[in-house]
Ligand binder design. Sequence first.
Ligand code: DC
Length: 229
Amino acid sequence: MSKLIIAIDGPVGSGKSTVARRVADLLGYVYLDSGAMYRGVAWKALRDHVPLDSEGSVAALAGATRIDLLSGDGGFRVLVDGVDVTKQIRSAAVAQAASKLAVIAGVRTVLVAEQRRAAGSGGVVMEGRDIGTVVLPDADLKIFLDASVEVRAERRRLEHAQKGEVLEFSEVLEEVRQRDRRDRERAVSPLVRAEDAVLVDNTAMSAEETARLIVLLAHEREGAEARQA
Ligand code: DC
């Protein structure tokens, strides 16, 4: 049976990463985190003191950066110009910077091309904001994950706490609202549900339940494609 291309989009804290990783695991597919590419460029911009409001400089930096996403026994790893930055790109500072440079058209052009190359011919689960709408509009299965803003902020707070970053809930809620605004209102590739995406609201679902629901949808899609072939 041919392997599918699965696109999972959704706002911060919707559980995309955990869910997409688990779906890939259950199906034996490759997991690709497109946000890690934006974070990788942001990490380099902060390291090299490239001003984030200088669109030309940041786009040039993206074009001159090699980003490798590796999935394997050691888990998912991100290399920027050969340097393993898997941990560093998860800081709050890098998240903020990534959200700022994701609005720059020149950055998106470079990274979208990289993401299409990475998706290849199938057997992948790619997560992001514009995967079903822009990066892989012909994906076999598109999921738009969502949850209430309060639940998403609490998930984010716990994630930070696990890394030793203790933040007030109100502070995280405000950060999530700001990032939602930037993701949804930006002129280039805003976060919107693709018309043919299945909306999955997991406010009251665990990541495992959400992943298993998506795997059921994937099996259904595989069956439909096999019948058409
Ligand atoms: O999913 P994430 O938090 O790791 O993403 C980091 C930033 O990159 C986030 O602000 C949104 C942006 N992003 C994007 O604009 N398009 C994508 N396909 C993935 C992420």
